[in-house]
Ligand binder design. Structure first.
Ligand SMILES: [Zn+2]
Length: 205
């Protein structure tokens, strides 16, 4: 893939909101569900003794398999984990995104688990009207965190080329997960060389 290849990124629009004057600084990336969970059995991971939900929302299962091949280079498990292809893996290596972890599966050499630990971006929870439901007093996690769109973060400059993650995890129960966010330039490169990625706009202050 040519490093100079660029293409306009198509993002999901929210017609009820006028974002035309807003400050687009990056994209959240995701994929369609692939019909599997990273961890299928309850009890495979350490869980909170009080709420009984998992405590690690990016845990890796080396025995996971996606099974049949798909056309998309990024798909999501029901428990919120990004599963990427060799092409996505090679894209990250080629572009030298050093903070992206691409974890291997013992029985599925064609796919990798996409994990980003840092840098962490602080979401603008006042402006996003996120709903936090039922905080567990033991682990401090909420049972559900809902309504992340449109995404707004607590900075105003365009995100430099690369990968980031949100400070909050979204979703519910044991299926909560952080959001993976990329720079504008990163999105253009992805749109030019990878397939099936769903982009949501990330807006600054
Ligand atoms: Zn708990």
């Amino acid at each position: 893939m040519a490093k100079s290849a660029r293409r306009k990124v198509k993002i999901i629009k929210y017609p009820a909101l006028d974002l035309s004057r807003d400050n687009l600084i990056g994209y959240k990336i995701g994929g369609h569900y692939n019909g599997t969970d990273m961890f299928e059995e309850k009890g495979e991971l350490p869980e909170c003794p009080e709420c009984h939900y998992r405590l690690d929302f990016q845990a890796h299962n080396p025995l996971y398999r996606q099974g049949r091949k798909r056309r998309s280079d990024l798909l999501g498990t029901y428990d919120g984990q990004g599963i990427v292809t060799k092409l996505f893996h090679d894209f990250c290596k080629e572009q030298d995104y050093a903070n992206v972890r691409l974890l291997e599966f013992t029985n599925d050499p064609d796919h990798f688990h996409l994990v980003v630990d840092e840098p962490v971006l602080k979401l603008d929870i006042e402006r996003m009207r996120i709903r936090f439901l039922n905080r567990c007093p033991a682990c401090g996690n909420y049972e559900e965190i809902l309504g992340p769109y449109p995404l707004r973060i607590m900075r105003s400059d365009v995100l430099p080329d690369g990968f980031y993650r949100s400070d909050l995890v979204f979703g519910g129960f044991s299926r909560k997960h952080p959001l993976i966010i990329i720079g504008l330039e990163t999105g253009e490169k992805m749109e030019a060389g990878l397939k099936g990625i769903i982009f949501h706009g990330v807006y600054g202050r």
